[in-house]
Design a protein around this ligand. Sequence first.
Ligand SMILES: Nc1ncnc2c1ncn2[C@@H]1O[C@H](COP(=O)(O)OP(=O)(O)OP(=O)(O)O)[C@@H](O)[C@H]1O
Ligand SMILES: [Mg+2]
Length: 466
Amino acid sequence: MPLREGGALTSVKPGPDVDTERSAGLDLLRQPVAIAAGAASALALVLFNIYAFILGDRAPWLLGGILIADMLVVATGIAVAVREVLRTREITQQAEETVARTRGELEASEARLARIVDSAMDAIITVDEGQNIVLFNRAAEQVFGCRREEAIGRPLGRFIPARFREAHRGHVEHFGRTGVTSRRMGDVTTLWGLSADGAREFPIEASISQTGEPGRRYYTVILRDITLRKQAQDTLARQQEELRTLSARVLEAREEEKTLIARELHDELGQLLTALKMDLAWLRERIPAGDPELASKFEQMGAMLDQTVGATRRISADLRPMMLDDLGLADAASWLVEEFARRAGLECRMESSVTLDLSSLDRAVANTVYRALQESLTNIARHAQAKRAWVVLGANDGELLLEIEDDGRGIAPEDLEKSRSLGLKGMRERVSYHGGSIDIARAPRGGTRVRLRVPLRFATAGEASS
Ligand SMILES: Nc1ncnc2c1ncn2[C@@H]1O[C@H](COP(=O)(O)OP(=O)(O)OP(=O)(O)O)[C@@H](O)[C@H]1O
Ligand SMILES: [Mg+2]
């Protein structure tokens, strides 16, 4: 087997080309002209022999000549035969030397290959078609806690947890039939190995390759123990999940706080301002007539009180629209869109195809969708330079769909990565916490389109009344 080592390709060298020489001589003898000439000479000699024998004493010179010719032919035959025997012996000797040298090189090659396989960091196991182990390197010894001598000749299944054995055997056989040279194993699931004493199962990462032909196929599995990596991945996933829950909880707490402040503003401050307005009206009726300066001061105070009442309502509604609780998501969203169009001075319409009653929608889900709409509209006012915007609310297959589009400058992919911008990130976080998805991209019409889907969830009777 040719083996690359230190950049040089070492391979088995052919011996001297003795066979070529010999076969050239034989080829010459096989030429039709040579065969014909040889046969003709032999026939002529036989005929001369018969003729000399018939003539007998009458032609002694012919008899003598023929005898000499016969002896010459026999001597030549013996010489050729001796030469062939000597040459055959020489060729056999050279062939034996070549075989010995080739065997030596082959053994050296195999030893080098074994050293390379043994020095590999990953476990390497080769099995035959019956899935019995024929190669087991040092890393495999460490991974499975089993000496090579104890592994060779034993079934591979011994290193696979019992519940996966059959399936694994089937996968390897199927791989053999596909004829694919190599592939990764366990792309979709985690593979498990079993220590030789059967006490420890551990996750592994493996690839498989095959060599040989049907009936004499070998499968080589290269694998590594990924216990530490899997532990780190699991820890990371758990921490991410905890962070997601924490951030959702923080957002919820913020929402609850806002609701509280909104209620205080609406109930406490609103009532005090109303009382103040009534007192002002009472006072105004009692001031002496004919004092224009006092009358104008009362006018100003009344206007300022109206403004304060309006501002309080607006701030309270921004913090948490009572409508979301009172009327449900669809009407609250519609109010928000109208307010936005009026305040931002752009044309904005909302279409709702929701036929379901959303008034008992889970509060956290309703909040998430409402806040997403609020953030998207604020973004349009702040960044889009748009003239028109469209909002579509719909429900479909147990999901709530919200789409907000504008005809502004359009969002760039790098806008989504801005480290100081939190609006879209918070939106994404909340939506994914509720099992939904969000897509923010440049719209076909050129502006920006935000699309989100959140699974519909309704409040249970207990939650609704709380
Ligand atoms: N409708 C839009 N049209 C064009 N660009 C937009 C639009 N919406 C968002 N962007 C871009 O995406 C960026 C990120 O938006 P994001 O809402 O996350 O943050 P922000 O609005 O800048 O700040 P905040 O954290 O206060 O929301 C914006 O800075 C803006 O450049
Ligand atoms: Mg924003």
